[in-house]
Write a protein that binds this ligand. Sequence first.
Ligand code: GLN
Ligand code: ZN
Length: 766
Amino acid sequence: MKTQSLGYPRIGSQRELKKACEQYWSGKISGEELVQTGMSIRQYNWQLQKDAGIDLIPSNDFSFYDHILDMSLTVGAIPQRYTKIVPNGHGPLLDLYFAMARGYQKNGLDITAMEMTKWFDTNYHYIVPEYTKNQSFNYFSSKIVDEFLEAKNAGINTKPVIIGPVTYLLSGKEKEPGFNRLDLIENLLPVYLRLLKILEEHGAEWVQFDEPFLVLDITKKAKSAFQFVYNEIYKAFPKLKTILTTYFEGLRDNLELAVSLPVTALHIDLVRCPQQLAETLEVLPAGMSLSIGIIDGRNIWKNDFQQSLELINNAVDKIGAERVLIAPSCSLLHSPCDLDFETMLDTEIKQWLAFAKQKINEVVTLKQLASPEGNKAAMERFIANQVAIESRKTSRLINNQGVKQRIGAITETDAKRQSVFSVRKSKQRKALNLPLLPTTTIGSFPQTIDVRSWRTKLKKGEINSEQYDTLLKGEIEKTLRWQEEIGIDVLVHGEFERNDMVEYFGEKLNGFVFTQNGWVQSYGSRCVKPPIIFGDIYRPNPMTVYWTVYAQSLTQKHVKGMLTGPVTILQWSFVRNDQPRSQTCTQIALAIRDEVMDLEKAGIKIIQIDEPAIREGLPLRKADWQEYLHWAVRAFRIAASGVNDETQIHTHMCYAEFNDIIQDIADMDADVITIECSRSQMELLDAFAGFKYPNEIGPGVYDIHSPRIPSVQEMKLLMKKALELIPKENLWINPDCGLKTRGWAETSAALKNMARVALELRKEIA
Ligand code: GLN
Ligand code: ZN
């Protein structure tokens, strides 16, 4: 039996990579220094996995920005617009590389970055490869070989991790019409063959091909591409040991295809899909080994050794130990680095957790436990493991009878507004008295250095909560006056008290804990620190009422209450794995509902429940969508439906494609939805118009992700497009998203223009 790791976090346990990259970008350190940081992270990771006793240690899992971008450089898929940038001679061609990732504005050049998108259903974003018709590829960057040799010099014969050719093509985009990116497979394959040849010559024994597209619904064309490339690779390198790696879902109808490919081993994800073990063992050909992904690479919970040993034994009984590999379910890229750095966590909760380093040790311990010789130290770890697992099941920290009863007592009426939208609309019109094309914003206003420093000072005890209160109130008042002055119709308090839209609520709810250092890479140098949902969730006290009511007390205009929705809170946290996600989501929904009711009671007439993450929660397979959408939409409705008809519920979503889920968005039954729209020039609205979306819509007219200030002219043009598609009495005017990351200068100029658009259009329409 062997153990393997599919990839280790690359950011460094103290986010060394983030810091070094940002220093390099701002010119504070040299390329050599950055390269040096990368090297020391790699060495540390390799040594750690070697010392733990992992048999197949990965290389090329490191990346300065993104491993798909690395692959684009490896195969020379460099879009035309970057050819003017002269590589600066560092190993990874840093300037060119970062230009592709982040754009380039230097030396008289102004080149846009490549697009970025989410990697499957993770919160990791990759740089989308760009393809043109008949594109040729060439072996351009030797990163994979260099890192293999670097490890070899350190005495470790690693297993290079390579994005498989089919997944590499499928994860990219055709940049011109008239071809399918899979047509490029024959041009691409020779570069892979060349790379493998060099690796083999240097003594590589194992190679890992990541082909997660095998867990998706794929076309016939993709299936034959898989057959083509893996047969060719086998023909060229019959002795190379290859691992076809799949993760994030079960193989389902692609199982037959996967086991038909001439590879040494197949890796499957048994955390997402434990039932595929039996199916796979049934059809695995005699010559193929099976890597079983039993340690959760996507979550932070300690593995249950008892359960894992059962899976291992099933596999061993059926195919023999020599054909079994034990592994995490996927790359540990998606886990935080090291639990040992968490010194503030409640010790009871801490013993339930495992981060990347601990997961590596779990893999090795499981192998020791499964081997017939037995191992005394491993046996002790087994007992400790089972004690921890048992303590989690029975802990008083986790279980709250009140919450469970409340969940059980939810009725369909709880998930339904009192009246249908048309009735609510006329009541709200009377109650709110808003002009045609009302203007509003999405919630947050610039989080200046000052605002952030107050929060830090409060945490460090440098100011007390009264002082903090006064400072925030000042900022709220300033922001409100300013909105009044420029003529915004529905005001917001600015969300200055919030560090993050999920963390803020998590900190106020029961059932959440926070780490000090549980960072996970989101994209490039950006890392996130998701809260951990460990127990039943409830809201001990109001969370936002204080600030919202204060803001409302300052103005005659309506102040919109701002909440984060249950699906988004769920989606951006590490979620407990001892009950269905739907149930955890419903618990959050009830907590948000309590807050909505308190806001209404306190006189707030408009309440926004943000759900930017609703779409990214969609399962990978279409067959599973309806089940998810059913509980996700229901959770939103439970949160929103306690209020009177007169109270107006808004929701907000960004980065969304709506076409395929428009019915479900309509089912959320928010009175108003604000969406991201300006980048696509209102294209998104087509979905709403075609569907005859019945409720009100605020299509974003101001792209807040850019420092550009949109002119009156261009925003007006966008609104005119919207007016052609949507009845005027259903339209709002607002930015794309919150303004938290913007500065005041551009924000105020842009919003002034936006308010003018409303005035001018109202006149024109009248
Ligand atoms: N209300 C949030 C804000 O304005 C919404 C953020 C989001 O959509 N991601 O910051
Ligand atoms: Zn948004």
